[in-house]
Design a protein around this ligand. Sequence first.
Ligand code: GSH
Length: 238
Amino acid sequence: MPARFTLYYWPIPFRAQSIRYILAYAGETWSEPGREDVLALYQGPIAKQPMPFMGPPLLRDHQEDVWISQSCAIASYLGEVLHLTPGAPAKDALTQKVLGDCVDVLQALTRDCGATMWTAEEWTMFAEHRLPRWLQIFEELGARHDLKPGSGTLLGTPEPGVADLACAALWTPICDKLPKLQSVIAEHAPNVLALSQRLSNLAPIEALRAEQAERWGDVWCEGQIEESLRNVLASWRG
Ligand SMILES: N[C@@H](CCC(=O)N[C@@H](CS)C(=O)NCC(=O)O)C(=O)O
């Protein structure tokens, strides 16, 4: 049977990883066309795009005949159709908050997708101030919902949901691909790290990670900004 979903994104983990984690966790299959197909949609005339959008990811749900852009909107949509959102207004709003926080962290680490490159000084400021605060924000949110080292979820839901999967899809690739940051994560967000590892080690997600590592190696966000990040990390005392 053809896959229900098609995900258009670059061949990197980065911003689409939360979408992949959600799909894998839910046992869904999806296809990911190659870079040329993504480029064709991205560069095509807006009037011809199936959903007007600026940057991928873009998701197509063949079953519902729906196209969606914006990673947070895609994750929310999948949460609804795959029953992975809490289903109560306050916790649904918290799910949106977590999705927004995840995107903010990605933007911060990549200086708005490479709008400027890292200098050693700016990296040190970020890594020693804002990054720990971001981690403490995730950790405190979990603590307020009884997240423990070996159990619990970010929002206190009985089962993991979109918020947990997005959180794991943020921090695990950072640990995997930028290992120098793992000690910062462990220091400031130990329970969030443990939750991320628990989810990332589930069989379907573990298989996804292994397959990506095989195909893409250590790439995280790619491009000059990844190079810049790796350069500052190499000389950072950590
Ligand atoms: N807010 C959007 C941002 C999308 C975005 O910036 N995509 C990047 C890849 S991570 C891209 O290729 N952008 C191309 C562009 O903005 O021209 C989202 O979260 O989906």
